[in-house]
Design a protein around this ligand. Structure first.
Ligand code: PLP
Length: 411
């Protein structure tokens, strides 16, 4: 052992050994460096809306400004009364029954609450069913909490629906919970009520908690409807997550919430644990909490962006069309959210290391995307494309991707 205090390396905790979050990983660091060198990078990598001209609605901004003088103190650990009341009302609108103020936790984005929910639940060896592909924070949060993420497959041939047989095959006596991300990041899938009922049935049979990440529940195209899985049963324990980041274009406000519902009685000890964790961090960002009531009430401007002819709907259609015109690129058209998750035919594009592949794309064409393996997708044959840039930039970026792929085919 090296005991020299000057040269002894400072190592990160072993808890972080298998924790990974590639969306902001090494390739993004390289893109930043290239920008500092003066290159213009077209970014299709992060679902951060404001830099692309999607700002939080004016009324929300004004409400936060108005309330800033009242925001200097800590709030209740679970959140401001009025904000939680508004969230309670929202759960009622979505048909989730029996939610009281005490069942609602406000956090610094859904992200903090995802980590908290896993820290409060898991012991070493506990398993959680997480989709593949997933939003990688879920796998990271399970791992950091000492649990094991068991990935169930979402089936690209079936519009990226969770494969129920695969879910069943991965349940063990240690399985505590199942995560569903609906609408889905990265696939843009939206689940039918019939599928949600099937997942509830599995949870019922195996006594699993259902964690439902519904942060894109208003970003729906083609007049689609979203059902909160927690509205479909009351004999299973549900934890539903949502927030202002996406539906209200307020990623930077760090304002999200978590609602416990369904069969709460046997879960009192877990809920107590969540309360302890919420208390330990005192409270979530108070100005961000002030935005919640105004956001959830009244006019929902997101509807204009996702309706046919709305900016997000147009960009989805354009990106889908241009990508699927590239030889060997196929894609399930997203029904929701902000992302496309195209497949590159492995015969035409024999990629071995998809992180290396997107780094090359970045360096050659100055376009930044995220590799499929960043979403716990096991084969190196997918990319995630964010369709937030305006139509000109999307057209430019996808034509650069097409040019890169053409040169790749000729290798
Ligand atoms: N869940 C999903 C599926 C996401 O895509 C994101 C952000 O991209 C989050 C949660 C985190 O959201 P927040 O900004 O509320 O922390």
């Amino acid at each position: 052992a090296n005991n020299d205090p000057v040269s002894r390396p400072v190592l990160k905790s072993a808890k972080l050994a298998n924790v990974c979050y590639d969306i902001r990983g090494p390739v993004m660091a390289r893109a930043k460096q290239m920008e500092e060198e003066g290159h213009r990078i077209i970014k299709l990598n992060i679902g951060n809306l404001a830099p692309f001209g999607f700002d939080a609605p004016e009324e929300i901004q004004q409400d936060v400004i108005f309330n800033l003088p009242n925001s200097s103190g800590y709030s209740d650990s679970k959140g401001l009364f009025a904000a939680r009341k508004a969230i309670m009302h929202y759960t009622q609108q979505k048909g989730i029954k029996g939610v009281g103020l005490e069942d609602i936790f406000i956090g610094n984005g859904a992200s903090e609450l995802i980590v908290m929910a896993m820290q409060g639940l898991l012991n070493t060896g506990d398993e959680v069913l997480v989709p593949a592909p997933d939003y990688p924070l879920w796998t990271a949060a399970v791992t950091l909490a000492g649990g094991t993420a068991r990935h169930y497959i979402c089936d690209e041939a079936n519009e990226w629906m969770p494969d129920l047989a695969d879910i069943r095959s991965k349940i063990t006596p240690n399985t505590r919970a199942i995560v569903i991300i609906n609408p889905n990041n990265p696939t843009g899938a939206l689940y039918s009520d019939a599928l949600l009922h099937d997942i509830i049935q599995i949870a019922r049979e195996h006594n699993l908690i259902i964690f439902a990440d519904e942060i894109y529940d208003k970003m729906l195209y083609d007049a689609a409807m979203h059902t909160s899985i927690a509205s479909l049963a009351d004999d299973v324990l549900f934890v539903t997550l949502n927030g202002l980041s996406k539906n209200y274009r307020a990623c930077g406000y760090r304002s999200g919430w978590m609602v416990v519902s369904g069969n709460k009685k046997p879960a009192q000890d877990y809920i107590d644990g969540l309360t302890i964790l919420a208390s330990m961090r005192l409270c979530s960002n108070v100005p961000g909490q002030y935005a919640i009531q105004t956001a959830l009430g009244g006019y929902q401007s997101i509807n204009d962006l996702v309706a046919p002819g709305g900016r997000l709907a147009k960009q989805r259609d354009l990106a889908y069309k241009l990508l699927t015109e590239i030889p060997g690129v196929t894609c399930v058209k997203p029904k929701a959210a902000l992302y496309l998750f195209p497949k590159l035919d492995p015969k035409m594009y024999p990629i071995e290391d998809d992180q290396k592949f997107i780094l090359e794309l970045l360096e050659t064409e100055k376009v930044l995307v995220v590799q499929g393996s960043g979403f716990n997708w096991k084969s190196p044959d997918h990319l995630r494309i964010v369709f937030l840039p305006n139509s000109d930039d999307l057209t430019d970026a996808i034509s650069r991707i097409a040019r890169f792929l053409e040169s790749y085919r000729k290798r």
